[in-house]
Design a protein around this ligand. Structure first.
Ligand code: NAP
Ligand code: MG
Length: 502
């Protein structure tokens, strides 16, 4: 990191692949560039890994898994993870600036949300390394039965661009705590901080080949990794569409799969809620990270009695959101991550209008000046008069666009809230405690927030129901995805086995 150029300069940064402890060019010699989405200027030139590089990385991860890494004690694994968390804290200012430069998220978010959580995840799983244990099972007869909890092996991890470093941490930390080795493919839009993390991983003392990082395109590097017969597990976060491709590719080798996919979360406001808090929570639910969040509260259900009052206040407060230079501490919303994502958001706004929804706020790109004219910015956007069957209420937009849907009563609501292919998260705003818990039970989703939204902790599991995926990240549940259970039987009687005669 000492050689790192300051973020925000015009000089293009350069990154190679990290394979077997070495920084190398791709076999093809190809590179790709990643822009700063706030300006469209090139931020970095990155080696473009594809199948040949994935093959090398998987082979290196296998050697490390069978060799050096298997002989390192759990305590030392934990110490390395802890060291890594400390190094991340030491470098958090520059990492946050790079995350903002590559992804476009406001510096306030990368500094106070992403980076602290990245460090927290490595620190939390550092503690787990020495606490992964088997069990003794009280089996009948003169037999001793125990279980061993062993690492799965070589893990392929494919991550998205919305929380580049945090998604790397969610994947790497439990896998390393459990003693696995890894080939990580960052998203093509945001490879920069993963490569910087690679430098810190080396500095923390992880042996060569334990973590290999191969940036490249999904269709080439990602697909080669998911289909690789040399990996034991593939972990993926991204779209439901690509999640299905991953599961199909992995099926040929019956590779274990965990998927954290899209969402279309209901964020539900009852008339008895603290309306001011609920408005704040609704904004937090949809405008955080420019709306590029899998658990975004993109379907905002508001009880009919308070709908008009609620929308007025939401509109008023949303108008104060500062959209612009993400490096400015006062900015609340930066650009979308790419031109492609901006186009997607725009096309959904058109769809919303055709479907008969009403634009309450936004619905356009803001007019910015200077260097930001070419950035991929979009206004905070509120649509009302949305019906749950409309495409904007059913398809993941992944942008700062919220659909307000009104409801009459609980029965009507619960049916609509669950009428989606997704089931990642849900929010409920009410002062009625029994209703809140009734809903927590009735909603088919992996995470429920009551009178709050977007809460995360390294100790608390996160993952989906239905087409939002399977497997849980974070908490002790994540370790289940990265370990195999082996059952061992021991005869204690010393007597000959008589079943087929002595
Ligand atoms: P995506 O294609 O699902 O990308 C996620 C990751 O998968 C990236 O590393 C991507 O590589 C890789 N990938 C793509 N195609 C692959 C394939 N055939 N085999 C293996 N890996 C592959 O997501 P996106 O295209 O960037 O965004 C599209 C939509 O996905 C968004 O609008 C949003 O709805 C959803 N999304 C959801 C999440 C989430 O957290 N659940 C995150 C991001 C996006 P490349 O980057 O090189 O394509
Ligand atoms: Mg993609």
């Amino acid at each position: 990191m000492s050689s790192a150029q300051p973020a925000g300069t015009n000089s293009t940064r350069k990154y190679q692949l990290l394979i077997d402890g070495q920084w190398v060019d791709s076999q093809s010699g190809k590179t790709f560039t990643t822009p700063n989405p706030a300006t469209g200027e090139t931020l970095a030139e990155v080696a473009e890994g594809d199948k040949a590089d994935i093959d090398n990385a998987v082979a290196a991860a296998r050697r490390a898994f069978e060799g050096k890494w298997s002989r390192i004690s759990a305590r030392d694994r934990g110490r390395m993870l802890y060291k890594l968390s400390q190094l991340i804290e030491e470098h958090s200012t520059e990492l946050a600036a790079l995350e903002t430069a590559d992804n476009g998220k406001p510096i306030k978010e990368s500094s106070y949300v992403d980076l602290p959580q990245v460090a927290e995840n490595f620190e939390y799983f550092a503690g787990w390394a020495t606490k992964i244990e088997g069990e003794t099972i009280p089996v009948p007869g003169e037999m001793f039965n125990y279980t061993l909890r062993e690492p799965v092996g070589v893990c392929g991890q494919i991550i998205p661009w919305n929380f580049p470093l945090l998604m790397a941490a969610w994947k790497l930390a439990p896998a390393l705590a459990a003693g696995n080795t890894i080939v990580l493919k960052p998203a093509e839009q945001t490879p920069v901080t993963a490569m910087e993390l690679g430098k810190l991983i080396q500095e923390a003392g992880f042996p060569e080949g334990v973590v290999n990082i191969v940036p490249g395109y999904g269709e080439t590097a990602g697909a080669a990794l998911a289909a690789h017969p040399g990996i034991d597990k593939v972990a993926f976060t991204g779209s439901t569409e690509v999640g299905k491709l991953i599961a199909r590719a992995a099926a040929d080798n019956l590779t274990k799969v965990s998927l954290e996919l899209g969402g279309k979360a209901p964020n539900i406001v009852f008339a008895d809620a603290d309306i001011e808090q609920a408005v704040n929570g609704a904004m937090m639910g949809i405008f955080f990270n420019q709306g590029q969040v899998c658990c975004a509260g993109s379907r905002l259900f508001v009880q009919a009695d308070v709908k008009d009052q609620f929308i007025d206040r939401l509109k008023e407060k949303s108008a104060k959101i500062v959209v612009g230079d993400p490096m400015d501490k006062a900015t609340n919303m930066g650009p979308q991550v790419s031109q492609e994502q901006l186009n997607r958001v725009k096309s959904y706004a058109d769809i919303a209008r055709t479907e008969g929804a009403t634009v309450v706020a936004g619905g356009e790109c803001p007019t910015l000046t200077g260097a930001f004219q070419n950035g991929y910015f979009y206004q905070p956007t509120i649509f009302s008069d949305v019906k749950n069957q409309m495409r904007i209420a059913q398809e993941e937009i992944f942008g700062p666009v919220v659909s307000v849907i009104s409801f009459e009563n609980e029965d009507d609501l619960i049916k609509q809230a669950n009428e989606t292919i997704y089931g990642l998260s849900a929010g409920i705003w009410t002062s009625n405690i029994t209703r809140a818990h009734r809903f927590a039970k009735a909603i088919k989703a992996g995470v429920i927030w009551i009178n709050t939204y977007n809460m995360f902790n390294a100790a608390s599991p996160f993952g989906g129901y239905k087409q939002s995926g399977y497997g849980r990240e974070m908490g002790k549940h994540a370790l289940e995805m990265y370990t195999n259970v082996k059952s061992v039987w021991v005869d204690l009687s010393g007597k000959p086995i008589g079943w087929f005669g002595k």
